[in-house]
Design a protein around this ligand. Structure first.
Ligand code: ZN
Ligand code: ZN
Length: 349
């Protein structure tokens, strides 16, 4: 065991404070990572503030981790000291069930171990990326291509794979029409990936001020979801709708935009259960679906795809003492488009 600097909160309304946390020694199949940047995901805010009801305090959030390998165990084969690497939403799973073996680790039949706020193999609460170092089994680490700066790569580890996985699963590509609800941390990456896959991509947002960015990242249309006319304009138009909105929306209205056999996939999680008229599904044989992030191999595929196509996240870099303010701004949607903590600033405090 050794200790490193971290930032933690001890309750739903408590501010983040400096904390020394323990990391395990680097085992035979482990990689020790010096974290350079850690993205702030909306899920971090929800978990830290206890909104899912399952938060174990003190919590060290962070599942968008980018850094450099500083040590490897004796049996590690995929990584070497100095490699640029990332860790996303999970750090372990059973590794034996049919879903783990198929590269679907998030759906592990025995449950996966989340990067933070989860019980690891050692029986301890996992602590995430708002810290100087992390030790992770190499099977749950991915390589970050040289073409993507670490700070812009960090958000891809959650936001990127959260969008890439459903876009691939539901066959976004040439001839397909995709709508993305919300142009924020998830949406701004999703639009770029969807367009790069060749899909005709439309953004629905609450304000017009992100239109230029959306078009620059490959959207063909940008519409206000508050404008009733768009539900006529795009009635029955889309093959796939991805909702990144972590709040209640008019599900019947958006389902009416799906073509025959179209699917609406929920990525953002509203705080309350949702309601909808089942007739919205019967018409056009529509589906309402959900998805977790993709598996480790698919995460690597996503990073390689983004590097090839020049896609990454637009970030605002903050210091370790600015997390509380950043959380307030994430909660109100006031960020272009992802906060990333510069972990070098974590030494003080
Ligand atoms: Zn996330
Ligand atoms: Zn498994």
């Amino acid at each position: 065991m050794f200790t490193v600097n971290a930032r933690a909160t001890t309750g739903p309304t408590e501010p983040f404070r400096a904390l020394r946390i323990e990391r395990r020694d680097t085992g035979p199949t482990d990689v020790l990572i010096d974290i350079a940047y850690s993205g702030i995901c909306h899920t971090d805010v929800s978990r830290a503030r206890g909104e899912f009801g399952t938060t174990m305090y003190p919590i060290v959030p962070g599942h968008e981790i980018a850094g450099i390998v500083s040590a490897v165990g004796s049996e590690v084969t995929r990584f070497a000291v100095g490699d640029r690497v990332g860790v996303g939403c999970l750090v372990d799973s059973c590794r034996e069930c049919e879903l783990c073996r198929a590269g679907l680790e998030p759906y592990c039949l025995r449950g996966h171990v989340r990067t933070y706020n989860s019980i690891g193999r050692d029986g301890e609460n996992t602590l995430g990326g708002y810290s100087e170092k992390i030790v992770v089994d190499e099977s749950y680490v991915v390589g970050i291509p040289d073409a993507i700066p670490l700070q812009n790569a960090a958000p891809l580890l959650c936001a990127g794979i959260t969008l890439y996985s459903p876009l691939r699963h539901w066959h976004a590509g040439p001839g397909k029409k995709v709508a993305i609800l919300g142009f924020g941390g998830l949406g701004h990456v999703g639009v770029a990936i969807s367009a790069a896959l060749g899909a005709h991509t439309t953004v629905f947002e609450l304000t017009m001020d992100k239109q230029a960015d959306a078009l620059k990242r490959g959207a063909e249309h940008y519409r206000l979801s508050t404008d009733p006319a768009v539900f006529t304009e795009f009635a029955g138009a889309f093959d796939l709708i991805l909702s990144t909105v972590p709040a209640q929306i008019d599900y019947d209205a958006f389902l009416s935009l799906l073509a025959l056999d179209g699917t609406m996939v929920m990525l953002g999680v509203p705080k309350q259960p949702i309601t909808l008229d089942v007739f919205s599904l019967l018409h056009n044989r529509r589906s309402l679906a959900g998805t977790l992030v993709g598996g480790i191999a698919e995460t690597q595929e996503m990073l390689d795809f983004c590097a090839e196509r020049g896609i990454s996240a637009e970030v605002e870099i903050i210091g370790a003492d600015e997390i509380d303010n950043a959380y307030d701004r994430v909660a109100s949607g006031d960020v272009r488009y992802r906060f990333v903590i510069d972990i070098r600033t974590m030494t003080k405090g």
